[in-house]
Design a protein around this ligand. Structure first.
Ligand SMILES: Nc1nc2c(ncn2[C@@H]2O[C@H](COP(=O)(O)OP(=O)(O)O)[C@@H](O)[C@H]2O)c(=O)[nH]1
Ligand SMILES: [Mg+2]
Length: 294
């Protein structure tokens, strides 16, 4: 099912730091539901009734941000769908494509008649972070997470992640640096140097997490939908912001080791995206409240 690219009332609301509370969720599996929500804030002059689309409930949703992924997306969708179909829980896949200029959307469309619900969602605001945020905020699943379109982290990592969520974990992230994890195919020297710089710059923003940037993270849906509404980072540093905000509010981040494969065809442009990520980390340092625990 394809949602329109372009006007995005929800994102306008997010940028106005407001929170949208859907108050009517309903019914038919596989159907998109018009949901009427209202801004919180009572007499707030911004308060108004808005319309948005919320996907129906499933146990677990997998969001795949995708930008110009015509070469890498099909294999990842294939493996993700075949894995999810073999699980006892209900699930859906959500591809969020903001402005790809290749055949990403058409590739994703080929999977629309798959046995599991697959949605292709547009997103007006560019960036991996915006895309993931949009995926989160338009769902209603019990658990939701995201993975990269290049399949760098094996989907079978969910074998470990899902039971942890079922046991009450709120946030479970794949880590290449946790004991037992690693790189089957390492990143280029330039990317490794960039990653070291990013880690140095972001030191102290999260605690006890060895790898904030691995693109495979799952959450309890209700909690992360709430947090995602408060985030402002649109690019690759979005993961760091999410984890930092979760930890500051007292939530634990659980890491599971993965063997990760660097895939060719990265959309990450070291100069453009690296400098943007650095600026975002500095903005995060200014914006986030101090830790309340030591
Ligand atoms: N929707 C969307 N996805 C993006 C954007 N930038 C990156 N991505 C996706 O984010 C994921 C990670 O990007 P990737 O190129 O694999 O970065 P790398 O693994 O750090 O080299 C991939 O699924 C990309 O398609 C963007 O602006 N919009
Ligand atoms: Mg990648």
């Amino acid at each position: 099912m394809r949602l329109p690219v372009g006007s995005d009332p929800q994102e306008c609301l997010i940028s106005a730091s407001s929170r949208l509370e859907p108050f009517e969720l309903a019914a038919e599996p596989g159907e998109l539901l018009p949901v009427v929500g209202a801004l919180e804030g009572g007499s707030d002059p911004l308060a108004q009734t808005v319309h948005q689309l919320v996907r129906p409930y499933v146990d677990l949703e997998v969001v795949i941000p995708a930008y110009n992924e015509e070469r890498r997306l099909a294999a990842t969708l294939q493996s993700t769908l075949s894995y999810l179909k073999s699980q006892p829980y209900s699930s859906a896949v959500v591809v969020v494509d903001n402005g790809s200029v290749d055949y990403t959307a058409e590739i994703a469309d080929r999977f629309l008649d798959a046995a599991l619900p697959v949605y292709v969602v547009g997103c007006a605001r560019p960036g991996k972070g915006s895309a993931v945020r949009r995926g989160f905020r338009t769902g209603s699943s019990r658990y939701v997470g995201y993975l990269d379109a290049d399949g760098s982290t094996p989907i079978a990592t969910l074998d470990t992640v899902h039971p942890l969520l079922e046991r009450g974990a709120v946030c479970v992230v794949a880590s290449r640096r946790a004991p037992g994890g690693g790189f089957a195919v390492p990143q280029s020297r330039l990317r490794r140097t960039g990653s070291e710089g990013f880690r140095a710059l972001s030191k102290g923003l999260v605690r006890g997490v060895s790898d904030t940037q691995c693109g495979f993270k799952f959450f309890r849906g209700d909690v992360i939908r709430d947090f995602a509404g408060d985030t402002f980072v649109d690019g690759f540093a979005f993961d760091l912001e999410l984890l930092s905000r979760l930890q500051r509010s007292g939530q634990d981040v659980v890491e599971v080791p993965v063997t990760w494969t660097d895939a060719t065809g990265s959309t990450f442009r070291p100069v453009r995206h690296g400098s943007r990520a650095a600026r975002d980390v500095l903005a995060l340092r200014r914006a986030l409240s101090p830790w309340t625990t030591t």
